[in-house]
Design a protein. Structure first.
Length: 123
């Protein structure tokens, strides 16, 4: 769905991107993928084409969505740059108005942080 929504926003889709899409679609819908593949003037079968290789640079996330829990219950979420330290995430969480509503006077016993995923305040 993310790919579909992205393609709807574009004016055109490159042939290279469409070929990669067809190669990924082929195991799920082999017949239609094969027909569309030959429509792109490809002679050999899509199933004989080399599998696309992922670009590791594109797999790195720029930001992380941190779930904020208070006593184990989800109270808020915040977006932070990926790879932040516990101290910086705690500071950002304490500034959030929803978290302040649940933390009375910024007092908590312990903060449990799982990098780029979760911050739990124990009150």
């Amino acid at each position: 769905m993310i790919l579909s929504n992205d393609w709807e926003k574009r004016d055109e889709i490159s042939q290279v991107e469409f070929k990669i899409f067809l190669q990924l679609l082929a195991p799920l819908a082999p017949h239609i993928a094969e027909e569309l593949w030959h429509g792109l003037s490809e002679v050999k079968s899509i199933h004989l084409a080399t599998w696309p290789v992922a670009d590791p640079k594109k797999l790195v996330l720029a930001e992380a969505k941190i779930v904020i829990q208070i006593n184990g219950k989800v109270r808020a979420t915040i977006l932070v740059p990926a790879g932040q330290t516990e101290e910086s995430v705690v500071k950002l969480a304490l500034v959030d108005p929803i978290v302040n509503k649940w933390l009375v006077g910024d007092k908590y016993k312990k903060a449990i942080y799982i990098k780029d995923k979760l911050l739990n305040f124990v009150v």
